[in-house]
Write a protein that binds this ligand. Structure first.
Ligand code: GH3
Ligand code: MG
Ligand code: MG
Ligand code: MG
Length: 324
């Protein structure tokens, strides 16, 4: 995913070029209830693509929502049904919104073609259908769809990377800060509790100095994973600094936050970390500062500052402890 994102915007990228240029071997849905026409179009398209023919718009909707089609061709004059309405449904549903659409229309149907193009149908074909034109228009839409799929994937990957810490896979500080302000404001408004933990590994520098930086990284990764295992899915766990992790606990008061912190502290102390390279077990401890949102707080930084003071006290008092 990372490789994809970093390369994706370089023009001439082989991945993009391949996706954009082939436009072949696509999954195509043909919604047409005139048997002769359906057969002729399917025959032509099948030379390059996999084609599913549906005569009934309701079935077409079900099939399209389930399948992963690269294109749908929809007849505007299905018996007893409005093909344009089906196009509009395809455009409005999450599962089918990204599927390109081509209308099949009669020459007298200009007004409906215009309406379709206006709400996002990509292209149209006029009856009688010219085989080469059908193939060319289909291929162009497939190519365009594949190109935008690649771009969307790359975009999502880089957005994900921007808020993720590379070493631990936790959220990074940027993510924490942008989400915490919104969460803090919301919990303040609803008078709901919110707590924060700041965790800092004890004497971590000694691990680096004794076993090397890579062993330190390994411990850090395992530490992050263990903290995540002992928090709830609604908690935000973020790498805050070098070997410091912040956990935000929505709907937790001081007592509950203290319990969670104590549980994490014990789990770190009781289960040593294995370091692959030396195949040895390292005992690690952690100090934790705990704070909760006060009515007087105007921003989450005040809560974090109190948690940090707790951490400082925990270190001063001898480490491997929780201070609220
Ligand atoms: P204490 O917190 O108990 O006071 O002692 P400490 O030795 O943990 O304190 P300090 O904060 O001074 O040192 C933290 C060390 O963490 C310093 C730095 O080299 C190391 N560190 C920070 N980030 C990383 C990292 O990504 N990988 C590794 N291996 N070490 C890191
Ligand atoms: Mg320190
Ligand atoms: Mg430390
Ligand atoms: Mg530190």
């Amino acid at each position: 995913q990372r490789a994809l994102a970093s390369r994706a915007f370089g023009m001439g990228d082989p991945l993009i070029t391949a996706a954009a240029e082939t436009g072949l071997d696509a999954r195509i849905l043909l919604v047409e209830d005139r048997p002769g026409s359906a057969e002729r179009m399917a025959m032509a398209l099948q030379q390059h693509h996999r084609v599913t023919v549906e005569a009934d718009p309701h079935n077409a909707m079900v099939v399209a929502a389930e399948g992963d089609f690269d294109l749908a061709l929809v007849s505007l004059d299905l018996t007893g049904h409005d093909g344009l309405r089906l196009c509009s449904q395809f455009r409005s549903l999450d599962r089918t919104r990204g599927m390109p659409l081509i209308m099949i229309a009669e020459a007298h149907d200009r007004p409906r073609i215009t309406r379709g193009l206006d709400f996002g149908v990509h292209d149209y074909l006029m009856r009688p259908i010219d085989r080469n034109e059908l193939l060319a228009r289909a291929r162009t839409q497939v190519r365009r769809k594949r190109f935008s799929d690649v771009l969307r994937g790359a975009m999502q990957a880089s957005l994900q990377m921007a808020v993720t810490d590379v070493l631990t896979g936790l959220h990074n500080r940027r993510y924490l800060e942008s989400h915490l302000s919104g969460l803090f404001a919301e919990e303040s408004m609803r008078h709901r509790p919110l707590a924060a933990l700041i965790l800092d590994i004890d004497r971590f520098k000694a691990i680096n100095d004794t076993y090397g930086h890579e062993a330190g990284d390994e411990v850090l990764r395992a530490f992050a994973e263990r903290v995540r295992q002992h928090t709830r899915p609604i908690d935000i766990v973020a790498r805050y600094g070098g070997e410091e992790i912040v956990v935000i606990l929505p709907e937790a008061g001081l007592a509950e936050a203290h319990t969670i912190a104590e549980r994490i502290r014990e789990r770190i102390q009781d289960v040593p970390f294995s370091v692959q390279r030396d195949s040895r077990l390292l005992s690690v401890t952690v100090s934790i500062g705990v704070a909760m949102r006060c009515a007087e707080d105007t921003s989450p930084s005040e809560m974090l500052r109190r948690a940090d003071e707790g951490l400082y006290e925990a270190k001063a008092a001898g480490r491997n402890r929780v201070v609220a």
